[in-house]
Design a binder for this molecule. Sequence first.
Ligand code: FAD
Length: 558
Amino acid sequence: MSKKVVIVGGVAGGASTAARLRRIDERAEIILFEKGQYISFANCGLPYYIGGTIKERKKLLVQTAEAMEARFNIDVRELSEVKRIDRQRKVVEVKNLKDGRNYEENYDVLVLSPGAVPVKPPIPGVDSRNIFTLRDIPDTDSIKEFLNEKKPKNAVIAGGGFIGLEMAESLHSAGLKVDIVVAHEQVMSQLDYSMAAIVHNHIRSKGCGLHIKDGVKAFEPEGDKTVAVLQSGKRIPADMIILSKGVRPNNSLAKEAGLEIGVTGGIKVNEYLQTSDPNIYALGDAIEVTDYVSGKPALIALAGPANKQGRIVANNIAGRRESYKGTQGTAIAKVFDIVAASTGVNEKALKKLGKELGKDYITTTTHSASHAGYYPGGKLMAVKIIYTPEGRVLGAQIVGSDGVDKRIDYIAIAIRHRMTVHDMQEFELAYAPPFSSAKDPVNMAGYVGSNVLNGDVKTAYWYEAMNADISRTFLLDVREPSEYQKGHIPNAVNIPLDQIRSRLKEIPRDKEIIVNCQVGLRSYIGARIMMQNGFDNVRNLSGGYKTYSAVEADMKSI
Ligand code: FAD
């Protein structure tokens, strides 16, 4: 007998479930309820339409109800909000938002993909005029209309997540002066601070105001403007404000129906994406997932996982048992002219979870060119990897410009298949001078990780160099004098690499030595020379002066 499947939410997860289900079950009756006017729109493209990179609004509408009905024989009901689930009777109560009529629809299987809702913190004045959030097409239309009609001159972005930063870039490219206001110590929480510092410096270089550790405490109307009043008392009068404080799972229907909710607030599902009621599946931003690396419950609101879960839910409904193995949070964002990407866990999370998980970890940062140095146009990227003492890769972050996307994806696959830094050195990757180097940045990160694990070199970190007690630590800079003069770590002594062998006497043997160069390669060679000459307390500064100076510059600007 054919099943009647009712799906709530017609965008990433819901539409994927519907289309996949039809492809494998021609007889199922499928009804897709979407409370908005549009199904299957491109959420991820909204900031780019606002900024003008995507010119035509219709490009955002990836699939229309008519096309979905024609191709997939799905009963698509837009402007239809599911208000309640009666699990005993297996019916949903639906409100037709076109005529206000309520009706019931029964189901054999119910799928919940209602997404997430923007967090609206209880800040005084948060409902003042000209404050926008961005989640869907109507939000986009309101922002676009405001830009066209009111011609605002400046904007405040409250929040430093990827949507906030994409909006900062879009509004900046539309000619507005932009201030980004962040309550925490950095933007993009998925990055560790030393990587976020590179993003901070870049944002400032674009002429945007960046207010770190200084969240909004109130919004106050003032003439035509709304003033963002920061914790420090600073006041920024703005023509428009984008509230981008993250999202929370849209769990209200599930909660009201008595379905189990996880510790994170997401709808709890089993490995087959079934809720605590086996006739109801849930997916996408609304669910609590298992973090693929830490095994902990997590909320990870990303399009890739939602789409993949849609396929799995459909397979399970059709009787093809398939489990979802967790989300590792692989993400990427363009921030003005640079790209920041991450996958797996970051160091901040491991610091909190480390003991609990019994996971010790090591991090190394390398800076590699996107392609061969002798071929024009190569750009450096910072690659931070995090791995266990056995070498298993737990996480990575990359900030650069060209080629960040493919490198983070290689490492994402390494994490997914529980590979090690030793495996990373063996990856045989496509190379010709315009595309990469014979040793790709991912190979390089693997080599450095392996060197550390093999005991060829020990690693020191920027904060250790910054806080070094020079009565016990000798800071050695092995760059050329011209580089050293342009900027160096306070108290670092300059002995260029090629003079190390002849000047070993100048290096104390009774102190720990932290050796740095620009990115960590020459200092590694210097460390090897010293270690083989009887210096046994030598560490190489991970990421070199490049990482150190990015952090230093950021700290000075805060
Ligand atoms: P959604 O795609 O949000 O769909 C949920 C739908 O359910 C909504 O249309 C909602 O109207 C509907 N709904 C809710 N309740 C009901 C109800 N009771 N009855 C009927 N319908 C209901 N992710 C990335 O990976 N990369 C990106 O670059 C990226 N950029 C983004 C940019 C923006 C501006 C936004 C908003 C999101 C972005 N995301 C990005 C996140 C990504 O869009 C989401 O993770 C993904 O869409 C989640 O899919 P979903 O099906 O869970 O929810």
